[in-house]
Write a protein that binds this ligand. Structure first.
Ligand code: G
Ligand code: G
Ligand code: MN
Ligand code: NA
Length: 249
C-alpha cells in the first residue's frame, strides 16, 4: 500500500524519467532511433520498471503514467528531430491496460501537442496484448496506424501468437526476443529460429529489430542474416536523454 501511495505521488512530483536505448541500422551503419524506457527517481534512489510497472498496471496508474511517457517521448523526439537532417524514431512500450480504443486519442494528443512526426513514433506491443482480444486488436492497430505511426511486436517468439496472425495484425516491426539472440552463434536452434524470423519478416515487408545484442559475434551474424536494426549492451545500455543527445552528434 505504501508503494502505491508513493507511486501515485511520483507523477505529481515529476520523479519519472525516460532513458533511451539506441537502435542501430546494421546495413547503413548508423543510429536510426531508440526505445524509451521509464525509470523512477524515487526518494530512495533509482527504481527500475520491473519494480513498479506491474503495480501501476494493477492499480490503473499505468494510464496516467503511460500518457506522460507518450508525451515526454514525443516532446524529446521532436526536439531531436528539429536539429537533425535524418530524423530518429522513438519507440514507446504500451502495456495491456493501455491498449484500448482511448489510446488512439492519447497518441493523437501527444503528437498534436509536441509536433513530433507520426512516422517517427513506434508503439511496442507484445503478442499477449494482441491475442487477448484479436478482433479488437486488429481494429485498434488499424486506427493507430491511420495516425501515421508505426507498430512493433515486442519480445517476438516468446508469446503464443500463431504465425497466421502476422497476416491479420498489420505490423511494421518485429523485435526478436533476446533469449534467441543470447545463443548465437553456438546454439544451432537459436541460429535457425533467428534466421527464419528475419527471412519471414523480410518476405512480409516487416522490419526486424534484434534485442539484447551483446557481442561482436551477435552483431556479425545478424548483419549477414539481413537483420535491419539492433539494440543491446554491445552498442549502448539505456541512456539519459542528454547522453543520447551526444550520440546523435
Ligand atoms: O530497462 P528495462 O528494465 O528498462 O525495462 C524492463 C521492462 O519494463 C521492459 O519489459 C519494458 O517493456 C518495460 N517498460 C519500460 N518502460 C516502460 C514504459 O514506459 N511503459 C511500459 N508499459 N512498460 C515499460
Ligand atoms: O521492452 P523490453 O521487454 O524489450 O525491454 C527491454 C529490456 O531489455 C530493458 O530492461 C533493457 O534494459 C534490457 N536490455 C537492453 N539491452 C539489453 C542487452 O543487451 N542484454 C540484456 N540482458 N538486457 C538488455
Ligand atoms: Mn520493448
Ligand atoms: Na522486448
Amino acid at each position: 500500500l505504501l508503494m502505491e501511495v508513493r507511486l501515485r505521488d511520483a507523477l505529481k512530483r515529476q520523479e519519472f524519467e525516460l532513458y533511451y536505448q539506441p537502435q542501430y541500422d546494421l546495413g547503413r551503419n548508423c543510429l536510426s532511433g531508440c526505445e524509451a524506457l521509464i525509470r523512477w527517481n524515487s526518494p530512495d534512489g533509482l527504481v527500475m520498471p520491473d519494480q513498479f510497472i506491474p503495480l501501476a498496471e494493477e492499480t490503473g496508474l499505468i494510464i496516467p503514467i503511460g500518457t506522460w511517457v507518450l508525451e515526454e517521448a514525443c516532446r524529446q523526439g521532436a526536439i531531436w528531430n528539429r536539429a537533425l537532417a535524418t530524423p530518429v524514431s522513438v519507440a514507446v512500450n504500451v502495456s495491456a491496460v493501455q491498449f484500448r480504443p482511448a489510446l488512439v486519442n492519447e497518441v493523437r494528443g501527444a503528437l498534436d501537442r509536441t509536433g513530433f512526426e507520426p512516422e517517427q513514433l513506434v508503439l511496442e506491443v507484445t503478442e499477449s496484448v494482441l491475442m487477448s482480444d484479436i478482433e479488437g486488436s486488429i481494429r485498434l492497430l488499424e486506427q493507430l496506424r491511420s495516425l501515421g505511426i508505426r507498430i512493433a511486436l515486442d519480445d517476438f517468439g516468446t508469446g503464443y501468437a500463431s504465425l497466421a496472425y502476422l497476416k491479420r495484425f498489420v505490423l511494421d516491426k518485429l523485435k526478436i526476443d533476446r533469449t534467441f539472440i543470447m545463443g548465437i552463434p553456438e546454439d544451432k536452434d537459436d541460429v535457425a529460429i533467428t534466421s527464419s524470423i528475419i527471412d519471414m519478416a523480410r518476405h512480409l515487408n516487416i522490419i526486424t529489430v534484434a534485442e539484447g545484442v551483446e557481442t561482436e559475434a551477435h552483431c556479425e551474424f545478424l548483419r549477414k542474416a539481413g537483420c535491419n536494426l539492433a539494440q543491446g549492451y554491445y552498442f549502448d545500455k539505456p541512456l539519459p536523454a542528454e547522453v543520447f543527445s551526444q550520440r546523435l552528434q
